[in-house]
Design a protein around this ligand. Structure first.
Ligand SMILES: [Zn+2]
Length: 98
């Protein structure tokens, strides 16, 4: 599935609810989902549970992008375009990257 397809799918399923909730509360829900992913990693949850949490984070990011009228795929490629956004290399050679 392409990023655009995923974002459009989430829009079909949730856009009306997302719009009713608003950007501020959708940002909060996105943070909550990221915290759930973090918790799952920290407790060594099963791979299936982590996959589920990653899906939730991406789904909420799609919702947020839809509310902000941001095309995630275009945003990603315009900033990274197959190289690090800071050093312009692939793989990244930035000093602060582990
Ligand atoms: Zn870099």
């Amino acid at each position: 599935m392409e990023i655009k397809e995923a974002q459009e799918m989430m829009k079909r399923i949730y856009y009306d609810r997302d719009r009713s909730r608003g950007i501020d509360r959708t940002v909060l829900r996105t943070f909550q989902e990221l915290a759930e992913l973090s918790d799952a990693i920290m407790i060594n949850a099963s791979h299936d549970e982590i996959v589920s949490e990653v899906a939730d984070v991406f789904a909420w990011l799609c919702s947020l992008a839809n509310l902000l009228d941001v095309d995630l795929g275009s945003a990603l490629i315009s900033k990274y375009d197959n190289v690090c956004s800071r050093c312009g290399k692939s793989p990244c050679v930035c000093d602060d990257t582990p």
